[in-house]
Design a protein around this ligand. Sequence first.
Ligand SMILES: [Zn+2]
Length: 261
Amino acid sequence: MIPCRVCSGETEPVFEAEVLRRHRVRYFHCPACGFLATEEPHWLPEAYAESITLQDTGLVQRNLVFADEVAVLLYFFFDRSGKFVDYGGGTGLFTRLMRDIGFDFRTYDPHTPNVHARGFEARPEERGFEVVTCFESFEHFVQPPAELEKLLLMSRNVVFSTELLPSPPPRPEDWWYYGLAHGQHIGFYERRTLEHLAGRHGLALRSFGPLHLMTEKVIAPWKLRLARKLRRRFLSRYVRRRLAGLTQGDHDLLGARGRPS
Ligand SMILES: [Zn+2]
């Protein structure tokens, strides 16, 4: 039997699908925690030949939406003057957007060159972040508990995105999020899977639109719902007005750093 990579429980084979048009891959579901995973993903080197998939046309739009959502979340529920890190931050686009709004964000990504937030990299051993964000990564993790522990060393408040797996798991042809064409999505979470992971670390799980939050803070779900409802109308504009963006300040700072002393 194949043990669940989240809770070590016994899994059940649910279907087979063709990944990257050439690998016949078995998928296993865990009745105990709801996690669905592929067999040992031996095709990952092929799948990551390009770290950002060619077909990901939604990348910029997703970053803009997440920036708005996260700005409201951080402004009202966390220490907005703290430092933040975007883990697996890719080209640094999200970090740049958040700095433009006025949050002291850094980016960390060992796999992708930082293009948009150069000069604002975090080191993996850095600690004491108010919040760590981690977008479109959980479904890529081979060992989710170990990856979550790395995030939690940076901050006990984690904001992340992943599409929730419907229950029962859809057939491979019925859910785009399996990502069979690019082969990078190898683990899928029901809400109870995320609750299991959060609970193991004594954290609460909250959802904020498309985002999930594991946090040690006590935040009433109705407050999150209200903030999100108001967000569309004016909150993100309000937050942008209230905070002085760092666009010009960063420009000046980088210029001063680059000047020979
Ligand atoms: Zn499990």
